[in-house]
Design a protein around this ligand. Structure first.
Ligand code: FA5
Length: 333
């Protein structure tokens, strides 16, 4: 019995030392120390020993068990460390290699124009206002002197959601919202950039969804010449002092008189960029401003048209196709 234990100890010591993997070690642990393992087998045989030998062999067997347990634990640690070291070696990062540079995005050309125009107007004391793209018929049309059935509604063929709610056809709806918010207070000096929607057929210069910047000034004694001055300032700052412009008399139900402004482009000829005029007394009155006391002017700039002239873009659809080759050109402007 004593010899069997000795042999067992020796043999186990040797194979445990040679174990190559944690799995192998686990198998050895079961083989020698498990319930059906070899050491347990020896202990089972103790019942056949003379009583006086049993304590001696028992204590020896326990010693062997303790020894093997410690040996296995030590080997386990060694193998675990080897696995970890191997993983560290495999995942080593060479910090001296050049990194992958994330390419910074660029501002969209329409956003560039909006920000340039905003800067110029903020410099002239204007505030920036906003309104929703889903608008009521009342703010988009009725309070702008365009009652239901008015023929001028056809100029802005609309996307209706319900008979009373639509995608706004122009940013002029923000005029109404601003005046109602200001509750009769003056001065009002705002610009309002945003998207607008019309059932226009798309072509090189028209889109069913485009961008406008509305402007509105209301105060006592606001005149048409002030409107001319503001429009000239913005055009000169955006296009340079040499730019040729043309004011044409026009018609909008919410301004009287009304004008449209064209810019001359050497290849494209005259291009309409905005509509403007003196705020119609009906609009002032409906929004709580006494037209006897106050006057104002308003304008609506087509942002795509400005960007097309400024950056020589021949088709409005380039703004919406998100072709990176097109967008990357605006990196350093
Ligand atoms: C209006 O939308 C008026 N609300 C402008 C206005 C505001 C007048 C305040 C008076 C006072 P109009 O429909 O003309 O006007 O549009 C204004 C500008 O938007 C045009 O001059 C043009 O530059 C641009 N625009 C109009 N339709 C389109 C379109 N389908 N695609 C791209 N740009 C357009």
């Amino acid at each position: 019995m004593r010899e069997r234990l000795e042999v067992l100890k020796e043999e186990a010591t040797s194979v445990i030392h040679q174990a190559q993997s944690l799995d192998e070690l686990r198998e050895l642990k079961v083989r020698y120390l498990g319930k059906k393992g070899e050491l347990t087998g020896v202990l089972r045989g103790m019942k056949d020993l003379p009583p006086e030998e049993r304590p001696v062999i028992g204590s020896m067997a326990n010693e062997v068990r303790g020894y093997l347990e410690e040996l296995i634990a030590g080997k386990e640690k060694e193998l675990e460390e080897a696995v970890l070291q191997e993983q560290i070696n495999r995942e080593v990062i060479d910090v001296s290699l050049p990194g992958i540079k994330p390419e910074p995005g660029t501002l969209h050309p329409l956003q560039l124009i909006i920000e340039q125009v905003e800067d110029i107007f903020v410099g002239m004391g204007f505030e920036i206002a906003e309104g929703p793209e889903v608008e009521t018929d009342q703010f988009n049309f009725e309070m702008l002197n365009l009652p239901k059935g008015h023929p001028a509604r056809d100029m802005q063929d609309s996307f209706y959601i319900t008979p009373e709610i639509l995608l706004r056809t122009h940013t002029s709806a923000v005029q109404v919202r601003t005046l109602l918010e200001k509750e009769g207070q003056v001065p009002v000096r705002i610009i309002a950039p945003g998207k607008v929607y019309r059932r226009d057929d798309d072509d090189a210069t028209h889109s069913h969804q485009f961008t406008q910047i509305e402007g509105l000034v209301v105060d006592s004694g606001v005149s048409m010449s002030e409107l001319n001055g503001v429009l000239l300032t913005i055009i000169e700052k955006m296009f340079g002092e040499e730019t040729e412009i043309r004011l044409r008399p026009s018609y909008f139900p919410f301004t009287e008189p009304s004008v449209e402004v064209d810019i001359y482009h050497p290849e494209k000829g005259w291009v309409e960029i905005l509509g403007a005029g003196m705020v119609h007394p009906y609009v002032l009155e409906k929004a709580g401003y006494n037209p006897e006391r106050y006057s104002g002017f308003a304008f609506g700039i087509g942002v795509e048209r400005i960007a097309m002239l400024k950056y020589d873009i021949d088709d409005i659809r380039h703004f919406y196709n998100n072709d990176l080759r097109f967008l990357r050109q605006f990196k350093n402007v």
